[in-house]
Every structure is written in C-alpha cells, then in structure tokens.
Design a protein around this ligand. Structure first.
Ligand SMILES: CC(=O)N[C@H]1[C@@H](OP(=O)(O)OP(=O)(O)OC[C@H]2O[C@@H](n3ccc(=O)[nH]c3=O)[C@H](O)[C@@H]2O)O[C@H](CO)[C@@H](O)[C@@H]1O
Length: 358
C-alpha cells in the first residue's frame, strides 16, 4: 500500500484543502499527517489520520532570532527525513503553513516526490523560494501561475471539502423568515475589523427584513452583546456549506479557502480583504472574483464610514423590494461566482500525487 505524507498546518485555509485531497486519494493509498504542535491540526486531523508533529517556525526575525529559527528549521528537516524513511513514504503533499519548508526540503533530501499546492493569487514566501524544488506545483488561481514562471505550475483550483459539493440544509439555528440571508464571516480565526464594520448596520438590515448569521471568531471582545431579532451570532460554525448554499449574500474576508467555497456554492460576496495579509494577497484574491463580477470589494474601514452600508443596500435592495430577476444584481453575481468554481480540484491534485513525476 503506497504511503502519502500530508504536511499542512496552521489555519483552516491550509488544512481544509489538504483534508479534501486526503479524502480524494485512491483507496489503496495510506495517508498520514505532519503538522506542528498546538495548531488547528491537533483538533481537525487525529480523528481521521495519524498526526506526527515537529517544531517548525518561519524564518522571520533578525540576528540571533533568525539564527535560532534557521537551526530549528534544520532540526525539523532532519526529523521529517527520518519520518519519511521510517514510514516508507512514497510521496509528500503540502498546502503550506510553517511545516511546508521542512517537508519540501526533507522530501528532496530523501529522494521522494513532493507536490505543493498554493491557493492564494500571490504565492507565499515558501512557494516562491522552494517551489522549484518540488516535483510539481499546483495553484488555485491562474493569477498565481503567472507569478511562478519558473515552476511550471498547473492550475488545479483549490480543493474544497466534499460537504460543499452536495446539497446541505440550512442549519436549524439560523434565523427563520423569508427575507434574504446575509452570512458574515472572517477567516478561520474570525475578523474583528470586519465585525466592527458590520455591527452598526445590524438593526437597519434586520428592520428591512434581512436575516443575518454573524460568525465572529473567538477573539472578539464585543461578541455576546444583545442583538436585534433576526441576527444569530456565533464564534464559529462547522456548517458553512449549508450557510453558504442558502445565503443570498456573504460578507467575507478574501482568504483563498473562503473564496473557493463561495465559488462552488455560487454565493455572491462583498469581500473585505485582510489589510495586513502578506504581500496583500487577499486584495489580489478578491480581485480575481471582482473582475468576473462575482464580488464587490469594500476596503476595511471604520464603523462610521458608509462604504459597506451603501454596497449592501445596492446589492440587497432589489431583492428586498421583490424586483424581477433581471434587475437583481445578486442573481448575476451568483452566476459569475459559479465561473470561478472548480468542483474537482481535490481529484486533480490527488491524481498528481498518485501518479507523481520523479
Ligand atoms: C489572516 C490570514 O493571513 N489568513 C490566511 C489564511 O486564511 P484562513 O484560514 O483564515 O482563511 P481561508 O479563507 O483560507 O479559510 C477559512 C476556512 O475556515 C472555514 N470556517 C470559517 C469560519 C467558520 O466559522 N467556520 C469555518 O469552517 C471556512 O469554511 C474556510 O474553509 O490562509 C489562507 C490560505 O492560505 C489565506 O488566503 C488567508 O489570507
């Protein structure tokens, strides 16, 4: 039975696509996982795949800190190489996070094929530096391929979990009623800046008949306050497929994971890119949807500024007034979102892994 080692760590954006690929591997492949201690993989992976962990961090910092990080990287590379040999790993897959660099270097050292998936429109540092060492590089968006000319990347799309590809019910805790459903979500950690833009609008939106699900993340000090009827607020939900499939509109960060899920669900979006994302990659992710007419970009702003509110009334207004489909911008945006969707990205990446190039 050939063995695959998946090295993915950190946020939902790295872990969920990798889990989708693991699930899409041919049945005769045995999958094990490599992560770092104390990150999200500890919660998501062990019930499904054996999880090995090694300490690994970025190469940020200066002077002594940088040197210590480099030593930690070398240590991690040695540990991963030992693991590859001991477990007789046939191929390595990584979708990024701190674990990607040691996984790629160790796979190369051990002579095992390694495939890297980059989901963002602007490739991260590890992809830019180490992509050339990989047997194959897969990318979620064509914009990323254009930025990696020396890796000859293959555009596969970003894999989404199977639950997004099948009809899912609206969770029974979602607000009831016939008005359009608005889903507000940051990334896997939530987004306080986005929450602050949305809160002042909740009373007006619900008074107009909009139902709102607000996923705040677990680190928002303003969460848990009294809310208008028609709003359900939660720190996190496991039922994003049902929420996205039934939402008329989403307000979302433009992480690559969220974007690929919006696309397969055909959910129009107001995207508020995370302003501090590395190399402004969320701006470029958002532009990939906006240029198709699938999303509107609103730059993060203070709670008193009007850009988000104006965009929401323009997008939701026709639906609230019962306008004909031809005059409903959400209808056209939903069709455009569908153009961004790649429904078999998991299969495409799994095929690269099960028939690897040396
Ligand atoms: C702050 C930051 O740098 N974030 C990066 C991180 O995103 P991060 O992991 O935060 O965001 P993504 O949009 O990629 O993924 C979020 C994931 O969390 C899930 N979710 C979210 C909320 C919730 O309540 N329940 C839930 O399951 C979504 O369905 C999605 O699968 O990695 C992504 C992929 O490299 C990047 O594009 C993002 O820029």
């Amino acid at each position: 039975m050939p063995r695959l080692l998946i090295a993915a760590s950190g946020t939902g954006g790295h872990l969920f696509p990798a889990l989708a690929v693991a699930d899409a591997m041919p049945a005769d492949w045995n999958v094990s996982w490599l992560g770092v201690p104390d990150r999200l993989e500890r919660q998501l992976v062990p019930s499904r795949y054996p999880l090995h962990t090694v300490r690994a961090g970025g190469l940020q910092g200066r002077g002594l800190r940088k040197l210590l990080n480099l030593l930690q990287l070398l240590q991690a590379v040695r540990s991963v190489r030992r693991l590859i040999r001991r477990e007789r790993i046939a191929a390595v897959f990584t979708s990024g996070g701190y674990i990607a660099a040691p996984a790629i270097l160790a796979a190369r050292w051990a002579g095992v094929p390694v495939v890297l998936h980059e989901s963002n429109a602007v490739p991260g540092k590890v992809t830019r530096l180490l992509g050339r060492l990989c047997s194959q590089v897969a990318v979620g968006l064509p914009q990323a391929a254009a930025r990696l000319p020396r890796c000859r990347p293959v555009v596969t799309g970003t894999p989404v979990r199977q639950a997004f590809l099948e009809p899912a019910p609206l969770p029974d805790w979602a607000p009831k009623g016939s008005g359009p459903l608005l889903l507000v979500m940051g990334g896997s950690q939530g987004a306080v800046g986005l929450n602050q833009m949305v809160r002042p609008l909740l009373a007006k939106l619900t008074a107009a008949g909009v139902r709102v699900v607000h996923l705040t993340g677990s680190n928002d000090p303003e969460a848990g306050q009294p809310l208008p009827a028609g709003v359900v607020e939660l720190p996190f939900s496991d039922e994003i497929p049902g929420l996205l499939q039934h939402a008329a509109l989403a307000i979302s960060r433009s992480g690559a994971g969220a974007l690929s899920e919006l696309a397969v669900c055909g959910t129009p979006a107001v995207l508020v890119p995370y302003p501090a994302a590395a190399d402004h990659h969320q701006d470029v992710n958002a532009a990939a949807a906006a240029e198709l007419g699938a999303a509107v970009i609103v730059w993060q702003h203070g709670p008193a500024e009007p850009a988000l509110e104006r965009s929401l009334w323009r997008l939701l207004g026709p639906r609230l007034r019962g306008a004909a489909a031809a005059c409903d911008p959400l209808k056209q945006m939903s069709t455009a979102m569908g153009e961004l969707a790649v429904r078999d990205a998991d299969q495409r990446v799994a095929a690269m892994l099960s028939t690897p190039k040396g």
